[in-house]
Design a protein around this ligand. Structure first.
Ligand SMILES: Cc1ncc(COP(=O)(O)O)c(C=O)c1O
Length: 365
């Protein structure tokens, strides 16, 4: 039996008529960038999070870069970034001429609070905690540390929309938060899209202008910006998907509970939920020192898996020039060698999950 890592057609088939109506409506109105659907998305998303401002942008990488820029991050500054994450978190810092300062992660792949303080220097201006795999970094303590050192905190919620910590949603702790609606995310558009959430009105205004050529209105450019606007179509799709998100996240949690139950006797590390966290299982990743063999074995039995990530950022070619050693980030290094993400998506079928479990258990017999 073939088991895909992710099959978006299953979600989309269940809302096929509605999606077709949206495509038709947007085509007929022939208004493709910004507009009422985008404003509606901003209203809905900020209301859902009880945060005052939502600025819709083209993708999460832009959301990060524009937010850092609006906070005034520039050449000579340092920004603290977890060693294990998607490259956006570091490349946006580099693109502004600042330096990403990497911090090792915990066993769960979350930025290690204890090590953040050791990396703070006079040049440090901000921290980007990433809520990796679907659960939140230690935001309460990160905010406290940031306030002691007067640092800005930008939560990366790309993998954790609607995740919670102590009952409070991801994206509501930091000075700003960024989200990705890339199609594979828990809330996915049908193309690129992202946003910034913040209670800081001045920041929201600046990000909005930066995303639209430095202009609050057409042709009134106040400074050089860029082009990072949300498409009307993507916003309309996000608006129709948003009411389903909690149900889809719930389904992910049930899939994770099934894997946990069936795999807990194996000599592998399962994803542990940090106390106080509500995990939304964007990814279900196990850790094993037999990853290579296991991945091949699963593939031979038709099961797709992925690796998040095969190289922690300090060990990518892009950051080779910083000359980091493996022993500076032992957890990130171990996870890059051991992590394996199993099929996880709303709509995965019982027999598919059973096949994954059977094949995995068979490998360790
Ligand atoms: C943790 C994290 N941050 C940022 C991004 C960038 O998102 P986007 O593709 O919308 O720019 C991603 C997307 O993969 C991500 O997983």
């Amino acid at each position: 039996m073939d088991v895909p890592f992710l099959d978006l057609t299953r979600t989309h088939q269940s809302m096929q008529d509605e999606l077709e109506r949206i495509f038709k409506r947007v085509l007929n109105q022939s208004y493709f960038v910004y507009g009422r659907d985008v404003t509606r998305f901003e209203e809905l998303f900020s209301l859902e999070h009880q945060v005052e401002h939502c600025v819709a942008v083209g993708n999460c990488t832009d959301a990060l870069e524009l937010t850092l820029k609006a906070f005034g991050i520039r050449k000579g500054d340092e920004v603290i970034v977890p060693a294990l994450t998607w490259i956006s978190d570091a490349e946006v810092v580099s693109n502004l001429g600042a330096k990403p300062v990497f911090v090792d992660v915990t066993d769960q792949g979350l930025i290690d609070l204890a090590q953040i303080e050791t990396k703070i220097t006079k040049a440090t201006k901000a921290i980007i905690p990433v809520h990796l795999y679907g659960q939140m970094a230690d935001m309460v303590n990160i905010m406290e540390l940031a306030s002691e050192h007067r640092l800005k905190v930008i939560e990366d919620c790309a993998q954790a929309v609607y995740a919670k910590q102590h009952g409070q949603r991801a994206g509501t702790y930091g000075h700003a938060a960024v989200f990705s609606f890339y199609p594979t995310k828990n809330l996915g558009a049908l193309g690129d899209a992202g946003c910034v959430l913040t209670n800081d009105e001045a920041l929201a205004k600046t990000v909005r202008k930066l995303a639209n050529h430095g202009a609050p209105d057409k042709h009134s450019h106040e400074f050089p910006g860029s082009n990072s606007r949300m498409d009307t179509l993507q916003a309309a799709i996000l608006n129709s998907k948003l009411p389903w998100l909690s149900k889809w996240n719930e389904e992910r949690k049930q899939i994770a509970a099934y894997y946990n139950e069936e795999l807990n006797h194996l000599p592998i590390k399962l994803p542990a939920i940090v106390p106080g966290n509500t995990h939304v299982f964007h990814l279900y990743q196990i850790q094993t020192d037999r990853r290579g063999g296991l991945k091949t074995h699963l593939k031979e039995q038709g099961i797709q898996t992925q690796i998040h990530y095969p190289a922690a950022l300090p060990f990518t070619k892009a950051y080779e020039f910083l000359n980091h050693e493996f022993n500076e980030f032992p957890n990130a290094y171990r996870i890059q060698q051991q992590t394996l993400s199993l099929p996880m998506f709303p709509g995965i079928k019982g027999p598919e999950l059973m096949h994954v479990v059977d094949v995995l258990c068979g490998y360790f017999k």
